[in-house]
Write a protein that binds this ligand. Sequence first.
Ligand code: SF4
Length: 308
Amino acid sequence: MNIDEATLKEIEELKQDCIVLSHNYQIPEIQDVADFIGDSLALCRAAQRVDKPYILFCGVDFMAESAAMLNPDKTVVMPDLEAHCPMAAQLPAKLVREAREEHPDAAVVLYINTRIEARAEADVICTSANAVNIVRAVPEKKVIFGPDANLAWHVQRHVREKKIIPIPERGHCITHLLFKPEHVERARREHPKAEVLIHPECTPEVQLLADHICSTEQMVKRAGESAAREFVIGTEVGLIYRLQKEFPAKRFYPLNERAVCRTMKMNTWEKFLLQLRERRNVVRIDPKVAERALRSLQRMLELSIRYQ
Ligand code: SF4
């Protein structure tokens, strides 16, 4: 979609006091007018560096909650407040408390794709990029890990010396479940020179067929650094737009073009424009819960520095 000149001018004016953050999976139009594009953590860090009172966060609930938690002096708005990530919803805080009671000697490491109430129960948070290093860094030999059982499998594969206990047992991202081994086999036939990059939210069967297991930000980095000219991308299709724009001399193929996250795509262009103008969809979080959830996030930042 081409954005007309008058709308672009209006957006620039509205952005005088508002930073627009877009997750890698957002629609191209939103990515085109965003101030920053990235994964959930990169976006929160970006928000902390910018001195504007409003943040229009184009992503899903747990990401906007992180932004609100890290920026208590700013107003965080979403295009659609109903954009609830189905995977984050699979891990209620109660389940974390029960797992801790059952395994009192285990550390609780939760993926950032978790609702804020559950994150408040964690010892430390991780992202798909640093999950392996964070689990290695905690002193406990047992680690309760949620909500993504596929990411837990990836961590266990690399951290053999510890026992990973996934909660819930089969937590998953419905979008990444759409990737099947036959998609990789077909991609290798059709694009024999391409590198196959797979997100660790995919099933173990698919991960085992990858050239590299990467978070979305690691995929962008790999595409820039690799000598390869072609890549097959095993994550939500929205990332292809960013990759093709940043590296126009290279080619990117979706591993499965039907891997579209419906929740991410609830943020339509019309809703985006409405909230940039009206800013009514304000993200509200309990300050007491936020204080506890912030501790586990800060612990991740401290531990990540050791492994840089
Ligand atoms: S891609 Fe998966 S983890 Fe990400 S928002 Fe959609 S359902 Fe949630």
